[in-house]
Design a protein around this ligand. Structure first.
Ligand code: TPP
Length: 237
């Protein structure tokens, strides 16, 4: 978001793992009140201010109390950019399923409700589903929608990495993490402060990716010169 939107934006927060965006270096939650409230508060802000607004809301929060707020926004014509972060699960409180998950609380399979279908049924035209771990897709959707003065919804979809790691391990597969290519430490050092991934640490002049803290999302590798951060070579057993 910050790479694309250079203007002074009101960042509307909501409650989920993404609330961590409140901290440095991001500072992308100007307020966080209660589950789903990002929608209503932003609608109010848009009624009294011309400042650009961006709403961050998780999928579970959207189902819980975000939908009525979005209906209200659409009905009364304010125009925030809404980012629904869809990891398919209620991550923060322990991976409980929600209506967009493909299983019930009892572990039975079910057909998930698709957020894009719901949002389109509200009559919202600018709706895009993007891969949460693909910077190019994400940035181009943000760029395109932020230019238009319309209510827009980006559904940033990608499985919670904690869940993915568990699935891969349960199947006996190898979970790929990332590493800094030899001699490329200087090329990635700015990530320590700019990206603030807990796995990327600096010791002296050298930058490292801590293997046990890396969840293999690969986003860091897209933010630096190609070949600077690469999949970690597997050790032979
Ligand atoms: C009314 C209410 N019920 C429950 C909670 C507890 N709670 C905090 S975050 C959260 C779920 C967030 O899930 P989601 O929006 O999908 O975001 P994620 O953690 O997956 O990123 C819940 C249920 C709450 N804060 N308020």
């Amino acid at each position: 978001m910050k790479k694309v939107l250079r203007e002074n934006v009101v960042w509307a927060g909501d409650i989920g793992c993404y609330v961590l965006g409140i901290f440095e270096p991001y500072k992308m939650q100007d307020f966080v009140i209660s589950m789903g409230s990002s929608m209503g508060i932003t609608h109010g802000i848009n009624n009294v201010s011309d400042q650009k607004t961006v709403i961050f809301i998780g999928d579970s929060t959207f189902f819980h109390a975000g939908m009525p707020g979005l209906v209200n926004i659409k009905t009364h014509g304010t125009k925030p950019l809404v980012i629904i972060m869809d990891n398919g699960i209620t991550a923060m409180t322990g991976h409980q399923p929600h209506p967009g998950s493909s299983f019930t609380g009892m572990g039975e399979k079910r057909i998930p409700m698709k957020i894009e279908d719901i949002v389109k049924s509200f009559g919202i035209k600018n709706v895009r589903v993007v891969n949460a771990f693909n910077q190019q897709e994400l940035q181009s959707a943000i760029r395109e929608f932020s230019k238009q003065n319309e209510l827009s919804v980006i559904i940033s979809r990608g499985m919670c990495m904690l869940v993915r790691k568990r699935i891969v391990r349960a199947k006996g597969g190898q979970f790929v993490t990332f590493d800094i290519a030899p001699g490329k430490s200087h090329r990635v050092s700015r990530l320590v402060k700019e990206f603030a991934c807990p796995a990327i640490i600096k010791r002296g002049d050298e930058v490292y990716i801590k293997e046990d803290l890396c969840w293999g999302c690969g986003v860091c590798s897209q933010l630096v010169e190609r070949g600077s951060i690469v999949p970690r070579k597997r050790r032979k057993k």
